[in-house]
Design a protein around this ligand. Structure first.
Ligand SMILES: [Zn+2]
Length: 85
């Protein structure tokens, strides 16, 4: 799946117990681990070889959530893509 070239903003993040920051890729909706501290305001590319290659930026005002909305499956499998109707 190809992402658009648009840089989308991520407004919500979570953390694993080891401190890894988790965000949902705004392009393909996979959960991505960002193993960095100053992630707010940073831009990332979702691994173009194995994933969508979409670019996103974590908002400076990103809000912490204990559980990301898409984490309901309790596994590392990607959430189903939402169909725009
Ligand atoms: Zn992606």
């Amino acid at each position: 799946m190809k992402a658009t070239n648009e840089i989308l903003t991520v407004e919500i993040y979570s953390r694993e117990e080891d401190g890894t920051v988790l965000v949902e890729c705004p392009h393909c909706h996979w959960i991505i681990g960002l193993n960095r501290r100053g992630f707010k305001g940073e831009q990332y590319v979702h691994n173009a070889n194995q994933n969508c290659g979409g670019m996103f930026e974590v908002s400076y005002d990103a809000k912490f959530r204990k559980v990301l909305p898409v984490e309901r499956d309790e596994s590392a499998t990607p959430a189903p893509l939402e169909q725009s109707s």
